[in-house]
Ligand binder design. Structure first.
Ligand SMILES: Cc1cc2nc3c(=O)[nH]c(=O)nc-3n(C[C@H](O)[C@H](O)[C@H](O)COP(=O)(O)OP(=O)(O)OC[C@H]3O[C@@H](n4cnc5c(N)ncnc54)[C@H](O)[C@@H]3O)c2cc1C
Length: 474
C-alpha cells in the first residue's frame, strides 16, 4: 500500500490530507488504498488559522475571511459539512478609509484596487491631488505595453498613475493584505490580471470598464459578498478537516528535520524517528521546505530559501457600546507609509462581520509588522498595545480603555512574491520534476490567501496520486 508523508499541518497540508482521506474512503478496491501521515511541528494543527473568543466576541488571530471570488475554500467548506456555516461580509456597509494627515479619507466608490472606474466619485475625492486626477484622465490613453521583464508593483502603478497612487493606495493595500511592499513585490506574480490588461488594452481604466460591462451582461445572478467566512470563525474549517481525517495519521509536535531520497522513495526524519514513504508533500513555508531538502537537492533548497517571508502582528481590542456608536462606519482603514505610523491597517470587525460581536460591543483589529517593520516582533505585548492605543487615539480619536486586548505574533508567515518570483517558480518546478514523489504546497508559491492554499494542497495531493496512477479527475 503506498505511503505518503505530508509535512506541515496548516490549511495547505490539511487540504492535501483531506484529498488522500477522500481517496481512501472512496477506495473500496484494494488498488486505491493509501496511507498518509501528517507531520506538524506545533502542538496544534491549523498553522496561522486560529480563532479565539473573549467577552462574547469572536477573535481571529490570523485570517478572518477569504475572497469569495476564489472558490476553493468555500468548496472545501461545503465538502466538509460547513456549507450552512458560510457567511458573507456585510458589503452594504463596505467602506474603506485611507489615513491622510491623521484623518480618515474614504476610498472613492468604483475603485478596483487602484483603478478608477467611476469618474465623479474619483474627481470629487480629496484622496488624490489634482495632478493625480489628471494622470488618471491621461491613463485612459495609455498604449498597450508588453513589458519584456518583470517589474515591481510600484514601478507599474507609477507608470500608469504616478507616485501618489503608489503611496496612497497600492502600497497600503499590499501591506495591509500581504504584509508586503509595493517597491519589492512583482507585478506579474501579485497582480497578474493588471499586467495582462496592460498588454492587451494599454489603459487599465478602459480594460476594467470593458471587463465590468462584460460581467454585468453575463451575470444575472445577485452580487456575492466580496469576502466569505465561517459563522464560528476560520478555525471551524481546521476543526472540521481534522475531524474527517484519520486521527492516528496526525503527528503533532513532530518537526521534520530532513528528507532523504532512498530506494525509490523518501526517508523522513522527525525527532529521533525515521520512516520510509513512497511520496512526500512539503506544505510548510518555503524556508522550512529548503531546510528539510538541503541534503536531497541543494539547488532546490537554495531556490526555496530565496523566497522571502514577512512577519505580522494582529492586535484585537474589544470596546463597549459607547465606543461602537462613536466609531466611523465601514470596514476599517489602511495606513500609507507616508503617514509615518507602525500600524498598517485596522478592521472594524463589528461592521465587516456583525455577528462576531454582540450589539453592545465593538471589535477593532489592527495589523502591524510586514516587510517594513520586522522589529515589531521583538516588542513585548505591552509595548505593542501601547503603540496601537496611541495610534488609534491619534487617528480616530479612540481614547477609551479596551474591555479586552489580544496580541498575536506571526513570525515569517506571509510569503513575499518579489520581482522574478514566476521565473523562480519555473526553476523550482524543473528541479522538483527530477525528484519523483515530491510535491510542494503552501503560500510560498502561487497565492497566499486561504483559497489558494486550499487549492495548492489539493493539487499537490492530486499530483502525487497521478504519479502513482491513482488519480481520476472525479
Ligand atoms: C495575520 C495573518 C492574516 C491573514 N489574513 C488572511 C485573510 O484574511 N484571508 C486570507 O485568505 N488569507 C489570509 N492570510 C494568509 C493565509 O492565512 C495563509 O497564507 C495560509 O493560512 C497559510 O497556510 P499554510 O498551510 O500554507 O501555512 P501555515 O499556516 O504557515 O502552516 C504551515 C505549517 O507547517 C508547520 N511546519 C513548518 N516547518 C515544519 C517542519 N519542519 N515539520 C513539520 N511541520 C512544519 C508549521 O508549524 C505550520 O503549522 C493571513 C495570514 C496571516 C499570518
Amino acid at each position: 500500500m503506498p505511503r505518503i508523508a505530508i509535512i506541515g499541518g496548516g490549511i495547505s497540508g490539511l487540504s492535501a490530507a483531506f484529498t488522500f482521506e477522500e481517496k481512501r474512503q472512496s477506495g473500496a478496491q484494494s488498488d486505491t488504498k493509501i496511507e498518509y501521515v501528517l507531520f506538524e511541528s506545533a502542538p496544534r494543527l491549523g498553522g496561522v488559522m486560529v480563532t479565539d473568543r473573549a467577552d462574547g466576541c469572536l477573535i481571529e488571530a490570523g485570517p478572518d475571511s477569504f475572497l469569495t471570488e476564489k472558490p476553493w475554500a468555500a468548496d472545501l467548506c461545503r465538502k466538509i459539512g460547513l456549507g450552512d456555516q458560510l457567511i458573507g461580509s456585510n458589503d452594504a456597509d463596505r467602506k474603506t478609509y485611507i489615513v491622510v494627515r491623521n484623518k480618515l479619507v474614504v476610498m472613492p466608490d468604483g475603485l478596483m484596487f487602484m483603478v478608477p472606474t467611476k469618474i465623479l466619485p474619483t474627481v470629487l475625492s480629496p484622496l488624490f491631488s489634482l495632478r493625480t486626477k489628471m494622470r488618471m484622465a491621461a491613463e485612459w490613453f495609455h498604449p498597450p505595453h508588453k513589458a519584456s521583464a518583470d517589474e515591481t508593483v510600484a514601478e507599474f502603478v507609477e507608470r500608469h498613475y504616478g507616485a501618489e497612487m503608489v503611496d496612497r493606495l497600492a502600497d497600503p493595500l499590499l501591506s495591509g493584505v500581504y504584509g508586503g511592499e509595493a517597491t519589492d513585490l512583482s507585478v506579474r506574480a501579485v497582480l497578474p490580471r493588471f499586467a495582462d490588461m496592460e498588454s492587451k488594452h494599454g489603459s487599465l481604466g478602459r480594460a476594467m470598464l470593458a471587463a465590468r460591462k462584460k460581467m454585468a451582461a453575463a451575470a444575472k445572478a445577485p452580487a456575492k459578498s466580496l469576502f466569505s467566512s465561517l459563522k464560528d470563525g476560520m478555525q471551524a474549517m481546521v476543526d472540521a478537516l481534522v475531524a474527517r481525517l484519520d486521527a492516528s495519521a496526525l503527528k503533532t509536535s513532530s518537526s521534520v528535520q530532513s528528507l532523504i531520497r532512498q530506494d525509490d522513495g523518501w526517508t523522513v526524519s522527525a525527532g529521533l524517528q525515521s520512516d520510509h514513504f513512497d511520496a512526500v508533500i512539503i506544505a510548510a513555508p518555503a524556508r522550512a521546505a529548503a531546510a528539510v531538502l538541503e541534503s536531497a537537492d541543494a539547488n532546490l533548497a537554495a531556490e526555496l530559501a530565496a523566497i522571502n517571508y514577512s512577519s505580522s502582528v494582529t492586535v484585537t481590542l474589544g470596546y463597549d457600546e459607547r465606543v461602537r456608536r462613536s466609531l466611523p462606519p465601514g470596514f476599517g482603514f489602511l495606513v500609507p507609509r507616508s503617514a509615518g505610523r507602525r500600524m498598517l491597517a485596522a478592521t472594524f470587525v463589528h461592521n465587516k462581520f456583525p455577528h462576531r460581536a454582540p450589539e453592545n460591543r465593538a471589535i477593532v483589529r489592527c495589523f502591524l509588522g510586514g516587510a517594513r517593520d520586522e522589529q515589531i516582533l521583538r516588542s513585548t505585548e505591552d509595548e505593542i498595545l501601547q503603540i496601537v492605543r496611541s495610534e488609534l487615539r491619534q487617528i480616530i480619536n479612540l481614547n477609551a480603555e479596551p474591555l479586552f486586548a489580544r496580541v498575536y505574533k506571526w513570525k515569517s508567515a506571509m510569503a513575499q512574491y518579489s520581482v522574478g518570483h514566476l521565473e523562480r517558480l519555473q526553476r523550482i518546478e524543473s528541479l522538483r520534476q527530477k525528484l519523483p514523489g515530491l510535491a510542494l504546497a503552501g503560500n510560498g508559491y502561487s497565492g497566499i490567501g486561504v483559497p489558494d492554499c486550499v487549492r495548492s494542497g489539493t493539487e499537490a495531493a492530486g499530483k502525487i496520486l497521478a504519479e502513482m496512477g491513482m488519480w481520476s479527475a472525479a
